[in-house]
Design a protein around this ligand. Structure first.
Ligand code: TEU
Length: 558
């Protein structure tokens, strides 16, 4: 594996709509991001991924783009974007935008032109079909946000178009070389402007299984999961390689793919030395207990399942490339609420979870608010939720027979809005996020959990993150933490999550993922404790009694 400039860096995801609002409209903006660059630099962040800020009707919060070349006025102006790029460069920080090219918005001019003339050139930018035998759909796939992937084409009673996500997100037809050319032109336009790279949205979906065909129905609605199409479609690599060749490689751009369902044998092609992307997210832990019936049916994740998932994905990456590691993002519940039982959700446990994922091989991403331990939100009514996926999941739960209360309880655990409530800066009104009315309610716990109360406290979750980042980025342990060999340790011991990283030093990462003490024998004597979440500063014996949710990063004698 070739060494790259970004290997020892830490990346941070900003969800601009919920980060910081500087103009009082209740929606976060680019000026808010600029204002907080110093804060992020101080935390130790080098790479920032911005969720979409292009012009958009915001049906899916910007993942439905109506103009790839402009900034949505609610987020700011192109001038703000230029300022952000320049200010980031001054601080030696790198900005990534979200590249959403599986689909655009139904308000994009390409789609409008396709509706005007479905048989014309823009009709071929999309998947526009006729009904089969008068009224049948070309296939029975269920869109990610519920209902069939087909929708009537506006202005044409006899035609339908394909959307893997919401009906306001028509899929782009990657089989059409003219469409691909337009996409590459746009990517190069941004890279020429000085953007450092992209996080690439839902990219596996660009290859469709053609001709369209049915799969056995898996719910009462008579539809089948769209995952069948992903698993059976062959040939996405051609598009990905062409895109990399035409755009990213020419600019030496940094890219991270949102890749679900990658086939194991393809991993080197994706993120090997000359892969389609620099890195890709590891979602093994995000999909634990995912249920075919719907999100409402997902069971709580156990420590053993978590261990199994993260060890599995990293064991298969050895010597291939760098995965990007997360505990949460804008599509997931808050990691601390999802992976730690509610009754055990303390600052100690939050730090433990942080330590485990952060020192795994790969590139760590921190999602906004994670560094202060932000938790899931609990809304009292479905009306308080904004996210289209959550609203669909709620309906699925009701139609599966759950009462309104049960449905609300179930979806509150998995809702994407858990991660989308405004950033909790301080304990003033609206957590310091806005002087107006926030577009989504602030989590009521903001008086207790906020940055202002943590930033100068050496024992806060924030200070723990800051310490982890500086140890990995810039210390005598960096090389081992970034490149050292990863080996699981005592994997079979329940609620123990431990691994070694071996390079020019031998490091042990060890966590008691449960609230009961446990005594463990260490592989070697401890030379020094580098990071602890309990204040333990030395270990003299090779037998150690770990406290509940204790975490340690230590150097062992070789
Ligand atoms: O998410 C993609 C998404 O919904 C995945 O959960 C899906 O399971 C995967 O693509 C399967 O291959 C992205 C964004 O992160 C999300 O916010 C958007 O809503 C979505 O794409 C549509 O743009």
């Amino acid at each position: 594996m070739k060494k790259k400039w970004w290997h020892n860096k830490t990346a941070y995801q900003i969800y601009p709509k919920s980060f910081l609002d500087t103009d009082g409209d209740g929606i976060g903006d680019l000026k808010g991001v600029i204002k907080k660059l110093d804060y992020l630099k101080n935390l130790g962040i080098d790479i920032i991924w911005l969720s979409p800020i292009y012009c958009s009707p915001l049906a899916d919060q910007g993942y439905d783009i109506s103009d790839y070349y402009n900034i949505d006025p609610r987020f700011g102006t192109m001038e703000d974007m230029d300022t952000l790029l320049a200010e980031a460069k001054k601080r030696d920080m790198h900005i990534l935008m979200d590249l959403v090219v599986n689909h655009c918005s139904d308000e994009h001019e390409w789609f409008k032109k396709a509706c005007e003339d479905p048989d014309g050139p823009y009709g071929k930018f999309f998947y526009i079909e006729d009904y089969k035998d008068g009224d049948k759909l070309p296939c029975n796939w269920r869109s990610y946000f519920g209902g069939p992937v087909w929708e009537k084409l506006p202005g044409h009673d006899d035609k339908i178009y394909f959307h893997a996500f919401h009906k306001k997100q028509p899929d782009l037809n990657w089989e059409n070389p003219l469409l691909r050319k337009e996409v590459y032109k746009m990517i190069n336009w941004w890279l020429d402007k000085g953007l450092d790279g992209f996080r690439i949205d839902a990219i596996i979906n660009i290859k469709k299984l053609l001709p369209f065909r049915d799969f056995p129905a898996d719910r009462e609605d008579g539809l089948s999961s769209i995952i069948n199409m992903i698993e059976n479609a062959e040939g996405v690599g051609f598009f990905l390689n062409e895109m990399a060749e035409e755009t990213f490689r020419k600019h030496n751009a940094f890219t991270v793919g949102e890749v679900f369902n990658a086939k194991e044998e393809e991993l080197p092609l994706f993120i090997g030395d000359n892969g389609y992307f620099s890195s890709m997210f590891d979602f093994e832990e995000a999909i634990i207990n995912a249920s075919q019936k719907g999100g409402f049916n997902a069971k709580d994740v156990t420590a053993e399942q978590y261990k199994e998932a993260i060890f599995r994905s990293h064991s298969r990456m050895e010597n291939i490339g760098f995965l990007s590691n997360i505990i949460e993002n804008h599509d997931e519940p808050r990691g601390v609420s999802h992976f730690i039982p509610e009754k055990d959700l303390t600052e100690t446990a939050k730090k433990m979870l942080a330590g485990i994922y952060y020192f795994m091989p790969g590139l760590p991403f921190i999602y906004q608010g994670q560094e202060i331990g932000m938790e899931n939100v609990r809304f009292d009514s479905i009306d308080e939720y904004d996210d289209i996926a959550t609203i669909d999941e709620y309906k699925v739960a009701l139609s599966a027979g759950l009462s309104e209360k049960e449905a609300l309880d179930a979806i509150s655990k998995i809702s994407r809005d858990n991660a989308r409530t405004p950033y909790q800066w301080d304990d003033t009104k609206n957590a310091g996020f806005t002087t107006g009315k926030p577009w989504l309610s602030v989590n009521k716990n903001y008086c207790k959990i906020n940055l202002a109360s943590q930033i100068t406290d050496p024992n806060s979750v924030f200070s723990f993150y800051k310490k982890m980042i500086s140890v990995r980025d810039n210390s005598s342990y960096s090389d081992t933490l970034v490149y050292g060999k990863f080996t699981p340790y005592m994997k079979e011991v329940k609620n123990l999550l431990a691994y070694t990283r071996e390079g020019d030093k031998k490091l042990l990462i060890i966590a008691n993922f449960g609230n009961e003490k446990q005594t463990i024998t260490l592989p070697k004597k401890v030379a020094s404790v580098i990071i602890s979440n309990t204040g333990r500063d030395a270990i003299t014996d090779t037998n150690i009694e770990l406290l509940g949710y204790e975490f340690l990063l230590c150097e062992l004698y070789m």
